[in-house]
Design a protein. Sequence first.
Length: 266
Amino acid sequence: GPGGGGAAAAAAGGPGWRLPGRVLELVFSYLELRELRSCALVCKLWHRVLHGDENSEVWRSLAARCLAEEALRTDILCNVPTYKGKVRAFHHAFSTNDCSRNVYIKKNGFTLHRNPIAQSTDGARTKIGFSEGRHAWEVWWEGPLGTVAVIGIATKRAAMQCQGYVALLGSDDQSWGWNLVDNNLLHNGEVNGSFPQCNNAPKYQIGERIRVILDMEDKTLAFERGYEFLGVAFRGLPKVCLYPAVSAVYGNTEVTLVYLGKPLDG
């Protein structure tokens, strides 16, 4: 809001920084994420007001401003319980500037739509990649898979569009993918075995949410379906910045990706 930053700065100066939490919360609710990050560093009280309650007025109003109404109204974010988490998920969503020219990100902010272009494979990366920590996100297909439908991770250097219908994610040494159509793991243009490693593994069903777990400490990528841990798919990942990514071939198919935060260890 107008003057929000100034108000926060005034609150920081002199005795004003001792404002009651409720007042601070009100002031903070006018600020954008970048300003809130700075405010959290001012003192313990400010940090507590900002991060103590992930459903506070601060995060509610930020969510209302940055998230599409559709994202808040539908069940896209049903596994992201707090408003702070919803704001974070938005900042980790597909990038509108880092995807194939044949896809667009829908108004809800989380769903990729692939235009019906013949003989093209089209991918997208998220806005933020990871070089440390543990991270989980959900991906699901809302339309036909076609002949290749791959989910996984990619560096910034991996191509997001190519000719033909291929497993783009996993086609070079810059990406790692799981093709949901034939249950194959792909990296460096080669099949790294089938996944999950059990006999007659059930095929992916449209709408099923797959949870992807990237562990940059262990350098592994693992998957869950429903609440069933399917196992580690890739080990020995390089210590580079890795982005959640997908690649699709089917016209008008849609893929949704929602960042969940740190994985809960079950």
